[in-house]
Design a protein around this ligand. Structure first.
Ligand code: PBG
Length: 302
């Protein structure tokens, strides 16, 4: 296991300074300057992949998430700045409406509370093309709408972005381990929950079906999320596809490890590296983890 296996997620916002995140000690919402400094710090550690997650000002949110495809928006601006400075960096951008939605959902919410799948997919395609145009290398739909991978692939190809890859969140469970992330982005659902589009934690066969669909629709990589509590799903996917499998060690997994370490109850370095090794052992080629930079640095010392 080495730093080449990690994708490093970073929270960004439009503010002038970096802001701490209470439930994720050690992680911050970064300003543009903070992001550039953090990327410059981690590249020498061997980090190759960075994923960006935006905290969007409340005033820019609306029911259709229209800020998500604003070419002057936070993510496109930061992507082009980063790409210019570090062409070798692989940039992963998240496709979903929740950071941009006044309802805090990944899709557009109908008056009766249902999520409008096909209307959402149209917006996701515009968001994906906007990110590719800014220079994103890997488009990562985390929304879980049906048919979005095929639609995004077609939209990218139509605009000439045939080289832009798709990392599909294929097996994304309706998990309570996402709590700290929603605090970081202030993106918690205002009503209802995400159980109509995210998967039931009790199912593993559904994950195999989702992967088969995403693969047929043109996904270049598939992802399991969360990672640690779902190692069996990672192992099942590893068997079911030849595509690279990624796993997302999510905010709640980070918060648990960090909290116990801060109390002095667990040896942070040892448990973090063990947790990442276990995710690799289960079959993940890539791990998205808030510990990416720290783990890369520990592995470099060893
Ligand atoms: C939503 C999204 C979520 C995460 C990544 N993308 C939250 C959710 O589905 O509510 C969670 C990641 C984490 O907890 O670290 N598109």
């Amino acid at each position: 296991m080495g730093p080449q296996h990690f994708i490093y997620p970073l929270f960004v916002h439009d503010g002038a300074s970096d802001e701490p995140i209470a439930a994720m000690p050690g992680c911050r919402r970064l300003s543009e300057a903070g992001l550039l400094a953090e990327v410059a710090r981690v590249l020498p550690l061997g980090i190759r992949f960075v994923a960006l997650f935006p905290a969007i000002d409340e005033s820019l949110k609306d029911s259709t998430g229209s800020e998500s495809y604003n070419p002057e928006g936070l993510i496109p601006r930061l992507v082009s700045t980063l790409k210019e400075r570090h062409p070798e960096l692989m940039l992963v951008t998240d496709v979903a409406l929740d950071p941009y939605s006044s309802d805090g959902h990944d899709g557009i919410v109908a008056p009766d509370g249902r999520i409008l799948n096909d209307e959402t997919v149209e917006v996701l395609c515009r968001q994906a093309v906007c990110q590719a145009r800014a220079g994103a290398d890997i488009i990562a739909p985390s929304d879980m709408m049906d048919g979005r991978v095929g639609a995004i692939r077609e939209a990218l190809d139509d605009e000439g972005f045939t080289e832009t890859s798709i990392l599909a969140y294929s097996a994304k469970y309706a998990s309570a381990f996402y709590g700290p992330f929603r605090e970081a982005l202030d993106s918690a659902p205002k009503g209802g929950d995400k159980k109509t589009y995210q998967m039931n934690p009790a199912n593993v066969r559904e994950a195999l079906r989702e992967v088969a669909l995403d693969q047929d629709e043109g996904a270049d990589m598939v992802m399991v999320k969360p990672a640690g509590p779902y190692l069996d799903v990672i192992a099942a996917l590893r068997q079911a596809t030849d595509l690279p499998v990624a796993a997302y060690q999510v905010s709640g997994e980070y918060a648990m490890l960090k909290a116990a370490a801060q109390q002095g109850w667990l040896d942070e370095r040892q448990v973090v590296l063990e947790s990442l090794l276990s995710i690799r052992r289960a079959g993940a080629d890539l791990i998205l983890t808030y510990y990416a930079a720290q783990a890369a640095s520990w592995l470099g010392e060893a």
